[in-house]
Design a binder for this molecule. Structure first.
Ligand SMILES: Cc1cc2nc3c(=O)[nH]c(=O)nc-3n(C[C@H](O)[C@H](O)[C@H](O)COP(=O)(O)OP(=O)(O)OC[C@H]3O[C@@H](n4cnc5c(N)ncnc54)[C@H](O)[C@@H]3O)c2cc1C
Length: 425
């Protein structure tokens, strides 16, 4: 006999957690909170998903206008989460985007970002040369940059503290009665005709029947989408990204911005954080001012989940990061033992062929604009989904329960019905 629930969420990464919380805030026609179950195949804080770790970048600096607007909405919601829980989630500090003005990257071009900020009236400062960048942020060495580098400085930037964020969403969801089933895989989903009820069978045989279904399955998307006749189009990939922690010297550590370098797209994209006191315990216990630095390019792509999960941090990329920190920063920015042994890690994300996220209702077939009723989906999170966490949880809830969201126009570019997202399973 199936357990009856109003809402089932598959996936307990940051987006599934947020969706479970938002769904648990909804009430039925009798004014009773919806019953919600969230299922994850691992522990909530697991070392396999895309949400693992300690820091993520929050920024408004986006080239597409609707994305800048959406991320501003998310900013207000992050602060709501902080006020509900009394805990800090965003460590706010200035942000520096710099590099070639027209380097085409998955993150857009600096020039286009500046145009969008102008268009939306969002304040920022334009830094027109390596010297201007270095005047604004003296830890950057102008001699380590090509002469045509420019920069954008914005005060509205932050490091999202991943662990406090997880605790906030999980805590509020538990307070609202969300039932968490961890270390249990959703093995099959059986929709009714065109939609609800959705019967989800777990690996221990438990069956849960829900009126509303929210999928946030990360790189495992094909395991659940096949029950809707879909799988990722052949152009999708799982990218294994490499990161490490680096020890800062006292001189500049408190003035470091969150930074992102727009060098050449295939091997010149790097980013780093301020010290936040967060990080792997073996690192921060010894080096409380260590910072995370990562390359935003990879030599490891696959579309096989098992392969991705076994891929270790890439040593060539770690060497490239160390080398770049040595040339980009003044010598007294990082201490001599900058690369902290044992701090290196790899983290996977899935990416659609066009590089963009996928958020919406679940189409009846590839490219279809007819949808399964009472169901919503987020996948292909790529390297940018975390900052949208509170907003995407609300949108997924709106789409599953109401079929529409007030953010409908702005999320259109992420439509699961757009070309080359899915093919027939
Ligand atoms: C190295 C790296 C750096 C990043 N940096 C940033 C950044 O600076 N700023 C930013 O905004 N974003 C960033 N991102 C992106 C962001 O982290 C992701 O977009 C986000 O974490 C995706 O969350 P998710 O919940 O969709 O997926 P995941 O965290 O992958 O969670 C999916 C969950 O679903 C579960 N699951 C799947 N299928 C099943 C099933 N059948 N049964 C049970 N459980 C299932 C999995 O176990 C998993 O826990 C980065 C990502 C990476 C990898």
């Amino acid at each position: 006999m199936a357990v009856q629930q109003d809402v089932i969420v598959i996936g307990g990464g940051t987006i599934g957690l947020s969706a479970a919380y938002h769904a648990s805030c909804r009430r039925d026609t009798q004014g009773k909170n919806y019953s919600v179950t969230l299922v994850d195949q691992y522990d909530l804080d697991n070392g396999n998903n895309s949400s693992k770790g300690y820091e993520r970048m929050y920024r408004v600096l986006y080239a597409p206008k609707e994305r800048a607007r959406l991320v501003e909405s998310a900013y207000a919601m992050w602060h709501e989460m902080e006020s509900y829980t009394g805990n800090q989630i965003l460590a706010e500090h200035p942000m520096l985007f710099f590099g070639f003005p027209n380097s085409g990257t998955f993150e857009g071009k600096l020039q286009d970002i500046a145009d969008t900020m102008d268009n939306l009236g969002i304040p920022y400062d334009r830094l027109n040369s390596p010297n201007e960048i270095s005047n604004a942020f003296p830890m950057f060495n102008p001699d380590g940059m090509p002469p045509n580098y420019v920069g954008l400085r914005q005060n509205m930037g932050a490091t999202i503290l991943v662990q406090p964020s997880f605790k906030a969403f999980e805590g509020l969801a538990r307070d609202n009665g969300v039932n968490f089933i961890t270390n249990s895989k959703a093995m099959s989903i059986k929709p009714g005709a065109g939609g609800p009820p959705y019967t989800v069978t777990l690996d221990d045989g438990t069956q849960i029947e829900a009126q509303f279904l929210i999928l946030a399955p990360g790189i495992w998307l094909n395991d659940t989408l096949k029950y809707f006749g879909l799988q990722a189009a052949s152009s999708w990939s799982i990218r294994t990204m490499t990161l490490g922690y680096y020890n800062t010297a006292p001189t500049y550590r408190n003035a470091l911005p969150v930074w992102y370098e727009f060098g050449s797209a295939d091997n010149g994209l790097y980013y780093g954080f301020q010290p936040t006191g967060q990080g792997p315990s073996n690192v921060v216990s010894q080096y409380p001012y260590a910072v995370k630095v990562s390359a935003d390019f990879t030599h490891n792509t696959t579309n096989n989940v098992a392969t991705a999960l076994m891929t270790p941090p890439n040593q060539d990329i770690l060497n490239a990061i160390t080398q770049r920190l040595g040339s980009l920063f003044q010598p007294n920015t990082f201490s001599s033992d900058i690369a902290l042994a044992g701090s290196e890690d790899a983290c996977n994300y899935s990416m659609n062929g066009d590089g963009d996220m996928v958020l919406g209702r679940i189409p009846m077939g590839p490219g279809s604009t007819s949808y399964w009723k009472n169901a919503s989906l987020f996948c292909m999170a790529s390297g940018r989904g975390f900052k949208f966490t509170p907003l995407w949880g609300r949108v997924l809830t709106d789409l599953a329960i109401d079929g529409v969201t007030s953010y409908q126009n702005d999320i259109e570019p992420f439509s699961p019905s757009r070309k080359d997202v899915f093919q027939n399973a």
